[in-house]
Design a protein around this ligand. Structure first.
Ligand code: EZ4
Ligand code: CO
Length: 408
């Protein structure tokens, strides 16, 4: 079964997505997600200009060999652009293999370990009232675990808080703005650290002790600040505190870990197992946050989770709207199959996106399931996709109140 066509498809039904389409000589089609928020065209070029010609004529069944050929063969390893491109190839080939087998992908990964994957949604509000409304709306949608992000007094716009929280409108937070230049947000860690524990106290008082609550620090704290926050949040029993430090320096998490029992999650901007080496072997984290789309695909993610499992570390796969439905579906097959599943991030896509990408995954009673369609279970409407051309969009840039650029 040889690969005889490779297409890089770009569409923007509300936001940009890059999708790799691989077609075999007997007409089987596989899709892989290659979306890298704010840097989409770099991955598209990597695939179009440097990968597609290498795929033509290869045996579509040889997924591991093709992955190693592209990873080692490039000589220049790792990095988000390279690893997103590899992920797209890997997922498209798994889609093909599972379609040929006539099975949903999770069956090829060992079969189901659970009924469904617990999902968490993104609730947010600038003030407590708006936040409570957003949490209630998520509970009504069926979410059984909730990420809580809130405004900080004195700051006008903050990561994770949806622009509109009026009832009836979408609550989900989309950070990328369609514009020629990035917008700018503000940050002040001291104000944030003072404010956040009171927000969690209010949420626990209103919604009780049972509801799993999560929070994303989005790389903004130093290790000692993160340790302080983790400790301050202990009474509110978080499911996890995410990305408390930037974590390029994995050793930084040793200090955080020494000081707090708040569970730690990290890794949405990581792209290989090596980014986790110290974190996993020293058990400095509790959840691995990688995205299938940004960490080289299903093949390396399965290895990463199996490695983490030896240290009682669980999965918490990244699943914002900048992961396309193809990337989300691939994640769900892993979630169902692996033993050490923890939780799955799940932001709902726009109706336009879900018309371009026809999915077979379901969300019922707080649980996601990839469905039983052979392959990964996503079809792509190329004619409709072409009606939504690429539009430049960027993630915001973050500045401290004195103007210093800070981690976003
Ligand atoms: O900011 O995916 O946990 N989720 C997140 C996301 C990221 C976006 C960046 O493109 O941190 O909202
Ligand atoms: Co995050």
């Amino acid at each position: 079964m040889k690969i005889n066509q490779v297409d890089v498809l770009i569409t923007s039904p509300g936001r940009n997505f890059v999708t790799l389409k691989i077609t075999t000589d007997d007409g089987v089609v596989g899709y892989g997600d290659a979306t890298l928020n704010g840097r989409e065209l770099a991955v598209a070029s990597y695939l179009r200009d440097h990968v597609s010609a290498l795929l033509i004529g290869r045996d579509a069944h040889r997924i591991e060999d093709t992955w190693q050929y592209l990873y080692r063969g490039a000589y220049w390893r790792r990095g988000p652009v390279t690893m997103a491109a590899l992920a797209a190839v890997d997922v498209a080939l798994w889609d093909i293999k599972a379609k040929v087998a006539g099975l949903p992908l999770y069956q090829l990964l060992g079969g189901a370990s659970r009924r469904g994957a617990l999902a968490y949604g993104h609730a947010s509000g600038f003030d407590t009232e708006a936040l409570f409304d957003s949490i209630r709306a998520h509970l009504e949608l069926g979410y059984r675990a909730i990420r809580v992000q809130t405004g900080v007094p004195g700051l006008e716009s903050v990561y994770g808080v949806a622009a509109s929280t009026k009832i009836g409108e979408r609550y989900d937070y989309e950070p990328a703005r369609r514009a020629a230049l990035p917008t700018e947000e503000q940050w002040d860690t001291r104000s944030y650290l003072r404010h956040l524990p009171a927000v969690f106290e209010a949420v626990r008082n209103e919604f009780g002790p049972d509801l799993p609550l999560l929070h994303d620090g989005h790389h903004r704290m130093t290790p000692i600040q993160a340790a302080k926050l983790g400790k301050a949040l202990e009474p509110y029993d978080l499911f996890w505190l995410e990305d408390c430090t930037p974590a390029e320096n994995q050793e930084a998490l040793r200090l955080v870990r020494q000081h707090t029992t708040t569970p730690l999650a990290i890794g949405e901007i990581f792209n290989t197992v090596f980014d986790y080496q110290t974190l996993i072997t020293e058990q400095l984290i509790d959840y691995v946050r990688s995205a299938v789309t940004h960490t080289g695909g299903v093949s390396p993610m399965k290895k990463l989770f199996d490695f983490a499992a030896q240290y009682q570390i669980k999965s918490g796969v990244h699943g914002p709207t900048d992961i396309s439905p193809v990337g989300m579906a691939a994640a769900l097959h892993l979630d169902i199959a692996i033993h050490n599943f923890g939780i799955q991030e799940y932001m709902r896509q726009s109706p336009e996106t879900l018309e371009v990408f026809r999915t077979s995954y379901t969300f019922e009673d707080g649980l996601l399931h990839p469905g039983e369609t052979p392959g990964i279970g996503v079809e792509y409407d190329e004619d409709l996709a072409a009606k939504f051309p690429y539009e430049p969009a960027y993630l915001p840039v973050n500045r401290l109140l004195d103007g210093t650029v800070h981690d976003w």
